[in-house]
Design a protein. Sequence first.
Length: 93
Amino acid sequence: MLQFQAHHGTVNAVALTDNGEIMVSCGVDKQLCAWSVEDGALLFTASLGCVYTCLTLSGLIVLCGTDSGYLHAWDIAAHARLFVVQVHPGMEP
């Protein structure tokens, strides 16, 4: 059994790409992480603010939402942010 260790604190969401090769996770440590399912290697991390949810689209793009109301889109292969858009005003303190 593989263990995926990079987050500090609670993990809020986990998603797999369509082909099952990459897992993405996000947590209260404000990190988005992408992992190789085959060997557990950490492929990349991104600091986004508190991330509450993540999902993958067609195995190539990760969408993740933050408590500040932003939706981030990332290209998994290129490890690059595609866009950021504010979709709601964010959570009250």
